[in-house]
Design a protein. Structure first.
Ligand code: PSU
Ligand code: MN
Length: 304
């Protein structure tokens, strides 16, 4: 297994010396945002993680290896190639690796690679989930099953706003995944800070979250979802953003887009419909998640 994994010297040093590490995904870079904002966002995420005393480990697939910890040039490459980079979920890994292709890791494969490397915490924007209309399409993200398999905590701003939130929460319960709200009783709604859907538990400090994680993993349990609301100054009006999302979904249905084409199309259409505000909010919430993930990683190291 280790022959497919290449850990950067910096991340290796952090692992050996038990320093806090935060893993970061690369699909958000290649497929989630336009160039050059995506590269700027990815570099800034690493900067934020460092400013809280943790080591960033951005993950991608390059030349037949899962790289844990990228150079600035590699981040630039992934960002510039954009949608040419293969969005790599669990079922795509062996193909992308054996063909020596360029792959961006989703939450699923970032959790998988983190778990192989011994990293416990990752940050992202939003996770995949159960799609609206899944009772007909069966479209349920592999991210949800990964939480049942890899012992990694994921800090996100909620579930992608284009999904069916109640169904996603039901699915996570089935998989035994605690959904923790950071300083909130409600699951944040990605672009806006609150929704009417309750989280399982509310915890108010990174230390309390770190204690829960230690207990969870001492018991041999796997993934944990930590939902961190977008900061108030970047939170969008839920009615306006929902209108934009509904409109984008209708346009997408007309085009009959499926699978990997859906998220980039929806994100771009929502960005256009909100005059760029959704992209600014998306970037702000990712930074906020990098901060919390770093604080949790540091607390976890103290109690380990
Ligand atoms: N949310 C976003 N942008 C993204 C994603 C989520 O706002 O690019 C990516 C993440 O990498 C997530 C993946 O793991 O989409 C889920 O894709 P799917 O629904 O196809 O499993
Ligand atoms: Mn899907």
């Amino acid at each position: 297994m280790k022959r497919y994994l290449e850990i950067s010297p910096e991340v290796q040093d952090a692992l050996l010396n038990n320093k806090p590490i935060v893993a970061l995904e690369s699909t958000i870079i290649a497929h989630g945002m336009p160039y050059p904002e995506n590269v700027e966002m990815a570099k800034q995420c690493e900067q934020i993680v460092r400013s809280y005393g943790a080591t960033p480990a951005t993950i991608a697939i390059i030349g037949g290896k899962i790289k844990v910890g990228l150079t600035e040039d590699q981040i630039e490459l992934i960002g510039k190639k954009g949608k040419e980079v293969i969005k790599t979920s669990r079922r795509d890994l062996s193909y992308v690796l054996s063909q020596g292709l360029l792959g961006a890791t989703t939450v699923t494969t970032t959790m998988f690679a983190s778990s192989l490397a011994g990293i416990k915490i990752m940050a992202t924007g939003g996770i995949g989930g159960v799609h609206r209309g899944a009772e007909l399409t069966f479209d349920i993200s592999a991210d949800l099953d990964e939480f049942g398999m890899s012992g990694v905590a994921v800090v996100c701003a909620g579930i992608k706003a284009i999904l069916d939130i109640p169904k996603t929460l039901e699915y996570l319960e089935t998989k035994g995944v605690p959904v923790i709200g950071y300083q909130t009783k409600y699951l944040p709604y990605f672009y806006s800070a609150s929704s009417e859907h309750l989280v399982d538990y509310t915890l108010n400090t990174p230390e309390e979250i770190a204690c829960l994680l230690k207990t969870h993993w001492d018991l041999g349990l796997k993934g944990v979802l930590i939902a961190n609301p977008i900061p108030a100054e970047h939170s969008m009006d839920p009615v306006l953003i929902n209108q934009a999302i509904d409109k984008a979904i209708k346009e997408m249905e007309k085009l009959n887009l499926r699978g990997k084409e859906q998220t980039p199309y929806l994100l771009k259409t929502v960005k256009d419909l909100t005059a760029g505000k959704s992209l600014a909010s998306n970037i702000a919430l990712v930074y906020n998640n990098c901060k919390l993930a770093s604080q949790i990683a540091a607390s976890y190291d103290n109690i380990k």
